[in-house]
Design a protein around this ligand. Structure first.
Ligand SMILES: [Fe+2]
Ligand SMILES: [Fe+2]
Length: 261
């Protein structure tokens, strides 16, 4: 069983890249299941049912979300109908949407959920550690693999989550910063971990947005729109491999894939 997990899909460039390249990448690399964060899929902020459907048609099996979950105004009315999409699990219970996914793949049940960090993050959420502990305990009874995303700004908070779930989760991965970290590995009790997977989007950018507009915000501080950038599009993430019948991975590798023109 080989899982491909992708960092935040940014706007149309990210979606188009998946549409063009993901099926072939899956075949060439014997990928059985694909998870991607879709919080920036629609215009760079949030997601809609239409963009979620497009991503799934491109070959993604499960979509997670982050702090931008509700940026597209109508999405709170759409999320419940999307069976392959979950919202962060530690949002208030009153929020719509699934707090986890359990999806069958080749006879295995893959349990997936994300939690939002609380350090330098906007949404008011309950403790990501206690939430993760609770959901992992529940998934231990009804999932073969447990995949946990910590969508957070601070590397320390993400790394702490990796150690917290080491040996219980199959994979713990971070998202949100859109810049991949070089610390991907299998931890001492067997969980695969990477602090941030990066993004699926345009890298000639500042975190996926046009360079000049972002620079302007830093230099003169004036508010301005920062449209999604267009150039040097690729996908970043990791591939995690499992031997038959095992909950903990036998292999882990970062991926950084782009088409060279
Ligand atoms: Fe993001
Ligand atoms: Fe985010």
């Amino acid at each position: 069983m080989r899982l491909l997990i992708l960092g935040d899909i940014v706007g149309r460039p990210g979606r188009s890249f998946l549409k063009t390249n993901l099926e072939k990448y899956r075949q060439d690399n014997l990928i059985d299941f694909v998870i991607a964060n879709g919080e920036n899929a629609a215009g760079g902020a949030g997601i809609t049912s239409k963009t979620a459907d497009e991503i799934i048609a491109s070959g993604v099996d499960a979509i997670t979300l982050g702090d931008h979950v509700w940026d597209q105004m109508n999405f709170n009315h759409e999320i419940d109908s999307l069976e392959s999409v979950c919202r962060p699990a530690n949002l208030p219970d009153s929020n719509p949407g699934r707090d986890r996914l359990i999806i069958d793949c080749e006879g295995l049940k893959i349990g997936i959920f994300s939690v939002l960090g609380r350090t330098f993050m906007g949404p008011k959420v309950s403790c990501p550690f206690l939430t993760a502990d609770r959901i992992v305990s529940e998934l231990e009874n009804n999932a073969d693999l447990i995949v946990v995303e910590i969508h957070a700004e601070a590397t320390s908070e993400k790394e702490a989550m990796g150690w917290y779930l080491d040996g219980r989760a199959s994979v713990v991965f971070g998202t949100h910063t859109h810049v991949p970290t070089a610390d991907g590995r299998i931890l001492r009790h067997g969980t695969a971990y990477q602090s941030d997977l990066g993004m699926t989007g345009p890298r000639e950018s500042v975190l996926g947005r046009e360079i000049d507009a972002c620079l302007g915000r830093f230099i003169d501080g004036m508010p301005r729109k920062c449209p999604v950038a267009q150039e040097d599009v690729g996908m970043q993430g990791c591939v995690v491999e499992f031997a038959e019948g095992k909950k903990l991975p036998s292999g882990f590798g970062r991926i950084d894939f782009r088409m060279v023109h």
